[in-house]
Design a binder for this molecule. Sequence first.
Ligand code: PBG
Length: 328
Amino acid sequence: MLVPFPQRRLRRLRRTPALRELVAETRLSPRDLIAPLFVREGIDAPVEVPSLPGVHQHTIASLRREVAELTSLGVGGVVLFGVPEQRDAEGSGCWAPDGIAQRALRALRDDHGDAVVLVADLCVDEYTDHGHCGIVAVDGTVDNDATLELYQRGALAQAEAGADLVAPSGMMDGQVAAIRSALDGAGYETTGILAYAAKYASALYGPFRDAVDVCIADGGDRKGYQQDPRNAREALVEVAEDVSEGADIVMVKPALAYLDVVAAVRAAVDVPVAAYHVSGEYAMVHAAAQRGWIDGDAVMEEHVLAIRRAGADLILTYAARDLAERLQ
Ligand code: PBG
């Protein structure tokens, strides 16, 4: 005779889709997603990024169409990256009033008013001829405090162009405080800061650098300013600093390989937590799916859900559009 096993039958709540829906602990909605978008100067038609299937370098016209579609799908916001025609040592396209990202922000604000959340990535690497995220000193290192001035100029240009949130991604010490004081000093008290707080020197950014045509000079890397992947506690120090300097939202980047960090940050702070599901994480899923080795749509959804389950309130992901379509 079978021994009865009445204590707990976990499968009861898994029996039907309706029951599973009722007890789901984590929900993913298009509102939680922010789509990274690229706008490139000097092209007259959008160019697909080969290593990021479905992602384009946009013209301002194609960007406007894309944002209109994302908005109608209910995507929570967009984060904009500019790809300029000219680059220089300081990255002056980052703060030029008619720089490509500023022109794009103005166009999107005209189209949507306050109905769309516009985030502007705030860094100079897309605009510098050496590809670093700041001013390179004679010894080859990036000069922290000189770079803060560039970020202040960029923040003002982006706020003036209509960004709701500026998102400093350069990992200079003190960047949030410097940007906050520049914004407040110019009357932009309502412009927020989404801080790339715990950003790691990751090998997963490769396809992004294709998308913005950035190659770091002399085979260089960003290990002198981005975090060492071996360190998790250090992320909490970074996050605490950024919150005390005035960050409105803190971000962990990359996401999947750093879910421990996402969970620890979520537990440590009460401001919204974002995570950036980065280009390499997206590209790997597409590459395996193209070979027929995995079901790409299902894996992408499972990955983004995992980032949410780990504690991210907001997720920056190149899959925003596809997921929003699936989640309608
Ligand atoms: C730097 C920046 C990077 C990304 C976003 N902002 C690249 C880097 O730090 O080298 C990477 C995003 C991605 O891989 O999707 N401004």
